[in-house]
Structures are given as C-alpha cells and as structure tokens.
Design a protein around this ligand. Structure first.
Ligand SMILES: NC(=O)c1ccc[n+]([C@@H]2O[C@H](COP(=O)([O-])OP(=O)(O)OC[C@H]3O[C@@H](n4cnc5c(N)ncnc54)[C@H](OP(=O)(O)O)[C@@H]3O)[C@@H](O)[C@H]2O)c1
Length: 123
C-alpha cells in the first residue's frame, strides 16, 4: 500500500509502476486527511505538520517520485484533489457556508495545494 508520507513507500510504488509499465500517463493525488478542527488558539505546529505531511508534502513527494515515469509518457497529466475549503474566494465570502468554518489546518493545506498545482502547471 502506498503511504504518501513515506519516501521509501513512494519510491517502491514508482519502482513497481516502472517495472510493469515503464511510464505513468495520469497521476491523481487524491490522498487527503482532515483535522480535528481545534480552536485556532489550540493549534500547534505539530498538528499543522501532521496534516500538511499528507495534503501538501505528500503531493510534492509523490510528484517528485513519479516525475521520471510521467516524463516518459507521451501526454502526461497530474490531477490534484483540492477543496473549496482552500478557496480564498469562498472562505472570505460571508454568504458562503465555509465563511464560519474553522479551516486553519485543513483549509490552509488545500490553499497551499492550489498554489502548488498552479506552480507545477506553469513548470
Ligand atoms: N469528502 C469531502 O467532502 C471532500 C471535499 C473536498 C475535497 N475532498 C478531498 O477529496 C480527497 C478524498 O477525500 P475523501 O472525502 O474521499 O476522504 P476519505 O474517504 O477519507 O479518503 C481519503 C483517502 O486518502 C487516503 N490516504 C490518507 N492518508 C494517506 C496516506 N498517507 N497515503 C496514502 N493514502 C492516504 C485514504 O486511504 P486509507 O483509506 O487507506 O486510509 C483514503 O483512500 C481528499 O484529498 C479530500 O481532502 C473531500
């Protein structure tokens, strides 16, 4: 089973795909975790890191690990599964239900993912 928080696990998965197919046409980064929505004043860096390890660093780890296989494909694509909770437009809109929700950890991870996606797309 692939664990996106683990370098060796990602490397093993990439090796398995390389051995079987030699390329990867589509990478979908769907793995994501939520948090326990503690009040912001109780959120520690460790709590944030735990969620970012999957939702943000995990995506970078998997993309980096599978890049040689993606570049071996004719027309590769990467799809990152984001969230409306990471949308500045939604969370800042008083008429949106997400306006009142506590998205300090999860929402910020998905906002970071959006910018990662944009930057990877430009690259
Ligand atoms: N549900 C929503 O309302 C909603 C809304 C917007 C966006 N999303 C996003 O949609 C995606 C899927 O969410 P979901 O609602 O389907 O949640 P889910 O049912 O909890 O599924 C999450 C998936 O991520 C996998 N996963 C978690 N940590 C992992 C890790 N370290 N390595 C590899 N896989 C890992 C889980 O695998 P295991 O089952 O093996 O743990 C599970 O298959 C997430 O990125 C989430 O943020 C969900």
């Amino acid at each position: 089973m692939l664990d996106v928080t683990d370098d060796a696990s990602v490397a093993n998965a990439a090796s398995a795909v390389a051995a079987e197919w030699g390329r990867l046409d589509v990478l979908i980064n769907n793995a994501g975790i939520a948090d326990d929505q503690l009040p912001p004043q109780e959120v520690t860096a460790a709590k944030v890191r735990e969620v970012y390890e999957t939702n943000v660093f995990g995506v970078v780890r998997v993309i980096h690990g599978f890049l040689p296989l993606l570049t071996a494909a004719e027309n590769p694509a990467i799809i990152n599964v984001g969230s409306e909770s990471g949308s500045f437009a939604s969370v800042a809109n008083p008429d949106d239900p997400r306006f009142k929700s506590n998205g300090l950890v999860y929402g910020s991870s998905k906002a970071a993912l959006s910018m990662l996606t944009l930057q990877y797309a430009k690259a």
